[in-house]
Design a protein around this ligand. Structure first.
Ligand SMILES: Cc1ncc(COP(=O)(O)O)c(C=O)c1O
Length: 394
């Protein structure tokens, strides 16, 4: 390997939420931080160099789209996912959640219903209810191994409710499913038939394990492209979430105009100088680094899966197809959510995301982030193993 993902980099002193908020969030500043979707690896050298070069200039004024912006993004999407949007479909967003929030403001009114598929990335609830829109749910179903969307339930929900928007998470955080075309298409057809516009959050699409393939929602066909806004970002891909650079793909001109009008109304149209430099460098030159990262995390995933299966069998890890998260079924421990959180944070000493925060279907689960040097992951697993053993033998 050319890049060293085993290197332990001290992040203290950088105000990293993942590390600095352990005390306030978990009441345990010594917990191993395996929560928020943020990686403990040095980013791609191409990005580091581009940022250093930009910093050396010394003037950091308002920043326009660089020459080649559309080409770099289109080439990236084609190279990774075999599909590319038209250049004029691309709209900047300072973060995917911000983009989704703007789309909600642009396409719905207070009181309107918005469909989600829980358990799911929790800010989908916040941006919806925070804008006084109402959540409608079509929960995923879990067969003990993998999560799927439930078409029958979706039909019933669509017969009873009239959501204006659906927010899809593709690949799905926290359960790690990479939706196949066979799974996506019938859902997309139902939504199209009912006139539901789709926001497809594809922020994790570059982090898909080698045996799986990401299907961009708009690649399903022109009708689906016209009825969706899809969100991409280099932030998870390269571990640069602090730089706030994301992309919305909005094919329909009228929808794009509505989106841009709300973005402008909130004064949210400017991109950051550093975010733009990083996006261009990552999408332009970061592919070899990403390929090695995926190989490394793939190895870590196998290690985590084996450890739970062989050494901590009371916790069932759901094998992710994408994302660097592992969704842990802890229900066999027989603890309620509060006790489970206390067990993980205080007794074991690992900071994981409480599954109940992801909505329906999340109780009794925890989400573990494994995007860190393997030595730290192993330490976290040892802590969980010892704490489970101590409880079992107590
Ligand atoms: C599905 C999903 N969407 C969006 C985000 C956050 O994106 P941003 O920081 O660009 O708002 C995350 C971060 O974990 C995520 O998992």
């Amino acid at each position: 390997m050319k890049y060293n993902f085993d290197e332990l980099v001290d992040r203290r002193g950088t105000d990293a939420i993942k590390w600095e908020m352990l005390g306030p969030h978990f009441g345990n500043p010594d917990a191993i931080p395996m929560w928020v979707a943020d990686m403990d690896f040095l980013t791609a050298p191409a990005i580091q160099e581009a940022l250093q070069a930009r910093a050396r200039h010394g003037i950091f004024g308002y920043t326009a789209r660089p020459a080649g912006y559309e080409d770099v993004i289109r080439r990236w999407l084609y190279g990774r996912h075999g599909w590319q949007p038209e250049g004029e479909w691309l709209v900047h967003a300072n973060g995917v959640v911000q983009g989704i929030a703007i789309a909600i403001a642009a396409y719905t009114d207070p009181g309107d219903e918005i469909l989600v598929f829980p358990p799911v990335y929790h800010p989908f609830f916040g941006v919806t209810e925070g804008q006084r829109r109402r959540i409608v749910e079509s929960p995923l179903v879990f067969d003990g191994t993998r999560y799927r969307m439930d078409l029958d339930n979706l039909r019933t929900v669509l017969a009873e409710h009239h959501p204006k928007l659906a927010i899809l998470c593709n690949p799905h955080n926290p359960v790690g499913t990479v939706w196949t075309e066979e799974e996506l298409r019938p859902v997309a057809e139902l939504l199209l038939q009912e006139g539901v516009y789709v926001l497809s959050d594809e922020i994790h699409s570059d982090l898909v394990y080698p045996e799986y393939h990401h299907v961009p929602y708009p690649s399903l066909g022109p009708d689906f492209a016209a009825h969706s806004a899809t969100f991409y970002a280099p932030s998870k891909t390269f571990g640069i979430a602090g730089l706030r650079a994301s992309v919305a793909v909005i094919a329909d001109e009228e929808r794009r105009t509505q989106y841009l009008a709300v973005q402008s109304a909130f004064g949210a149209g400017h991109m950051t100088a550093f975010g733009m430099a990083a996006l261009m460098a990552g999408y332009g030159h970061g592919a070899p680094w990403l390929d090695e990262l995926i190989a490394y995390i793939s190895g870590t995933r196998d290690l985590v899966m084996n450890t739970f299966r062989e050494e901590i069998p009371r916790i069932h890890a759901v094998r992710p197809e994408g994302t660097y998260m592992i969704w842990l079924d802890c229900r066999e421990l027989g603890l309620d959510n509060e006790a489970l959180a206390h067990f993980m944070y205080q007794e074991a000493g690992v900071a994981l995301n409480d599954g109940s925060g992801f909505g329906t279907g999340g109780s009794g689960f925890m989400r573990m982030n494994m995007a860190m040097p393997r030595a730290l992951v192993t330490k976290g697993l040892d802590r969980i193993k010892n704490a489970v053993a101590a409880r079992t033998h107590a």
